[in-house]
Write a protein that binds this ligand. Structure first.
Ligand code: GAP
Length: 519
């Protein structure tokens, strides 16, 4: 699937727009349009229902985005939440040093002093393969004098280039070597000031994750007396990271939503709960339509693990731009609670009344991104297929996620059809997000809803007037069947709850370019 096509569909149909686009946008920020907001909300609601509402061992919370800055000292974000950055003195651009790779090109002719001529040029990419796609423009000027170079097969991560050799490197957007600064740490948290004074003592941060609000409220939730270990606290909300290199549409944004769970358990049960969440979270994506061969669970190598974590796994999805993280499941031990205990001076231990045991619970953290999940479900849903001899673009969303659940069409604008369609639309709208479309050839109206991902179409046609039935149409198979108009609400409910589309060939799909059925 071509990412550009998806981005353009998202813009055209009102799923996702660049933020403040009329002013040229802002890198790393996105807005969800009328269809996108429904899609993302359906994903968040499904996550909440499956992980909180339907369970006995989960509760929710909604914390403030700006918290006491000590939270971020305790969590390690003030000291450690940083990426190594390199600035280009010539262009003033800033790059993530860990996403820069160096290629050495050797020219066949020596320079005037008889020395070999080499170009060391830096390419940008999340992986060496990405960076290798950077065209070798840098060597063009030198090639005229010293001949076409041969690029050495070894690609060197920039951070592994000997500091003495870094002056030779030509930055990603210059032609001259030696313009890059030494790598420096750059904290990813957005800073702000609370109150009127812009002084150091008033500094606060926009939260870079929702997790810490949960830990900071652990004692409050336990003290309300509703929960007993093992139990989890969930939160959905905005997080902010001043990402150096926002990229791949909404995949890496500077403002995004997370859906996080901190599951608290007895230390002796933590391994079991880790295994449980690792499996359950993977299955959630499969159950909602992501084909398992496009998903993988990648266990972190021991040298990738944070020092306090005994195990972490990423659920990765094969996006069109590469296999990348969708969600992380981490066994965090008692690290977070012990840090907050230390920094706040408050006792955060849990007392088990039955066993008369006091301990600091261990934590399993399934941490997902609502925007990344939305992007993955969009990528997975996007298809181009052949219907009635023409290529159609269709978003095959799981019905639970579809922004519009059904569209109602009067076949023509006469014979009482618009009035009947309006009544069916009003009845349905009390239960589901539905759409009434009266304009254009019926085939074209079907295609518009296919692009919006609407799973079912309901057409009021000539037969409706005769026998009171309407045509139901399935988005994925284009199969059609008839349903009494009085049963439409129940029929839509049954289909949304998973009832199979009736078998059989159905009626032939009208071509979108046919104009015989114009309303
Ligand atoms: N509390 C743990 C935590 O925040 P993370 O791996 O940094 O872990 C969890 O983030 C999830 O949040 C990621 O798997 C991803 O889905 C989402 N996420 C993180 N950074 C993001 C960004 N810049 N843009 C969009 N989503 C992001």
């Amino acid at each position: 699937m071509d990412m550009d096509k998806l981005v353009s569909l998202c813009k055209r149909r009102g799923f996702i727009f660049p933020s403040s686009e009329i002013y040229g946008g802002l890198n790393g920020f996105w807005d969800y349009g009328p269809l996108g907001v429904e899609l993302k909300r359906n994903i968040k609601d499904a996550w909440w229902r499956d992980n909180i509402t339907l369970r006995d061992d989960m509760v929710g919370i909604d914390c403030s985005i700006i918290m006491n800055p000590k939270v971020w000292e305790a969590s390690g974000h003030v000291g450690g939440f940083s990426d190594p950055m390199v600035d280009c003195r010539a262009t003033k651009e800033r790059y993530r040093a860990d996403q820069m790779y160096v290629f050495v090109a050797r020219h066949p002719r020596p320079n005037e002093k008889g020395e070999p001529v080499e170009t060391w040029f830096a390419g940008l990419g999340a992986s060496p393969e990405d960076a290798a796609e950077v065209p070798n423009k840098k060597t063009a000027k030198l090639s005229r004098r010293y001949g076409t170079p041969e690029v050495a097969p070894t690609i060197i991560p920039y951070l592994q280039v000997d500091p003495a050799d870094r002056v030779k490197v030509v930055g990603p957007s210059t032609d001259e070597p030696g313009t890059l600064t030494e790598p420096r740490s750059f904290n990813l948290m957005f800073k702000t000031f609370v109150g009127a004074l812009e002084s150091e003592s008033n500094v606060a941060y926009l939260r870079p994750e929702t997790a810490q609000g949960i830990f900071a409220n652990f004692k409050n939730v336990v003290d309300t007396g509703r929960v007993k270990i093992p139990f989890g606290i969930a939160q959905v909300g905005k997080s902010f990271r001043n990402e150096i290199n926002p990229r791949n549409f909404t995949f890496r944004s500077r403002e995004f939503e997370q859906m996080e769970i901190e599951f608290f358990c007895h230390p002796s049960q933590a391994t079991e709960w880790y295994a449980y969440w690792r499996k359950a979270r993977f299955q959630w994506y499969v159950d909602h339509g992501i084909k398992s061969d496009r998903l993988r669970l990648r266990d972190h190598d021991p040298d990738e693990l944070a020092f306090y974590s005994t195990a972490t796994a990423d659920i990765e999805y094969s996006f069109p731009f590469g296999v990348s993280e969708l969600e992380g499941i981490a066994h965090r031990g008692d690290y977070d609670l012990s840090q907050h205990q230390k920094f706040s001076g408050k006792d955060l231990t849990y007392f088990d009344e039955e066993k008369k045991e006091r301990y600091l619970p261990h934590v399993i953290e399934p941490s997902a991104g609502a925007d990344r999940a939305t992007l993955a479900f969009l990528c997975e849903a996007y298809e181009e297929d052949q219907v009635a001899g023409e290529t159609r673009t269709v978003l095959k969303f799981h019905p639970r996620f579809a922004p519009i659940k059904a569209a109602v069409f009067p076949l023509v604008k006469r014979d009482g059809m618009p009035e009947m369609a309006e009544k069916i639309y009003r009845d349905l709208k009390r239960h589901f997000n539905v759409f009434l479309d009266e304009k254009g050839a019926i085939g074209r109206r079907y295609r518009r809803q296919d692009e919006a991902g609407t799973p079912f179409g309901i057409t009021v046609d000539g037969q409706t007037i005769a026998d009171g039935t309407v045509t139901f149409r399935d988005r994925d198979s284009c199969r059609q069947w008839r349903v009494p108009s009085a049963n439409v609400v129940q029929a839509v409910r049954d289909l949304l709850e998973g009832q199979a589309v009736p078998a059989g060939p159905g009626r032939a799909e009208p071509s979108p370019s046919s104009s015989e059925e114009v309303g």
